[in-house]
Design a protein around this ligand. Sequence first.
Ligand SMILES: NC(=O)c1ccc[n+]([C@@H]2O[C@H](COP(=O)([O-])OP(=O)(O)OC[C@H]3O[C@@H](n4cnc5c(N)ncnc54)[C@H](OP(=O)(O)O)[C@@H]3O)[C@@H](O)[C@H]2O)c1
Length: 315
Amino acid sequence: MKVLVTGATGFLGGHLVEKLLSEGYEVRALARRTSNVARLRELGVEIVFGDLTEPETLGPATKGVDAVVHLAAYYTFFGKKELYELVNVKGTQWLAEAALNNGVTRFVYCSTLNPQFEYGRSKARAEGVVKNLAARGLRYTIVRPTGIYGPRNVDDVAYWFITSYAKGGLASRVKIGTGENLIQFAHVADVVQGFMLVLEKEDVAVNQTYIVSEDRWYTYNQVYQILRELTGKGPPSVKLPPLLAKMLLAPLELYDRVTGEGNLMHRIALVDAVTSDRAYSVAKAKRELGYRPRYDLKTGLKEAIEWYRQNGYLG
Ligand SMILES: NC(=O)c1ccc[n+]([C@@H]2O[C@H](COP(=O)([O-])OP(=O)(O)OC[C@H]3O[C@@H](n4cnc5c(N)ncnc54)[C@H](OP(=O)(O)O)[C@@H]3O)[C@@H](O)[C@H]2O)c1
């Protein structure tokens, strides 16, 4: 079976491509001209250059494959509204239409469970696009991972949070709210397992949506405790009430907006994110796909921190 993977140069995509190859799939990657494709070349992956924002490149990319796994995204929390629409919504539509035009009906879309930011809202709109195309014969599956962490994650919230904590930075010193809100994570290997099962169990997965994650949630205080055991740092001793946190963040966010700089930690929406419960059930994926997440947070974080240490991300 030949699979086109978009976002193959990214964190999740890199892990998924390796797993697909090890399981005997043929893999083609969509990569931008600016993408670092060295690792994909090393792995012998077929590369088709293109861009989600250039629809004319998506026909050649989708031609002759059996399925598309669409991971590529404008994945940032402080991006430009028009780019969320262009890359995440329009790009998904153009890719799925290109697949359909080439007779490729199997389309697996990686979404998210993060509604607080425009990023998450654009992914939700893209889900709508994918579902609408079912009327034209698209056999879609939507996979919604919780926050993903693991080796080689060097550019997002989980990365910032884990490395800041392990270095005794802000994350290990300040917490917003009581710390009793719920949060849920997924080790990258468990997310990859979800995508593999969706491809293998096509008959049950068609036109379905699945959440993939560790099969339990944690309070932030429990996460701090685990990180404390693994790093010897924290737990945070400064507690900021949510309203005060928002007042402190407001000028920083404004400054970022004016200068065009971006720091997720400067976003007021972050306060709502960490003071609301984000707990989900993976029961459907377990029941229908046989999904069995293998990593508990402590084991997974231990591995991730070790990787950061060995690769120079902890100074
Ligand atoms: N990480 C998480 O915690 C998390 C949680 C839930 C869902 N997700 C979803 O998982 C997917 C993968 O996330 P990730 O963490 O692996 O992100 P990532 O490391 O930032 O990778 C993003 C990928 O998208 C590609 N890309 C971006 N814009 C593109 C465009 N215009 N055309 C073609 N390719 C483009 C990037 O290519 P370049 O190499 O050229 O930049 C890169 O390969 C995304 O859909 C994200 O929304 C992630």
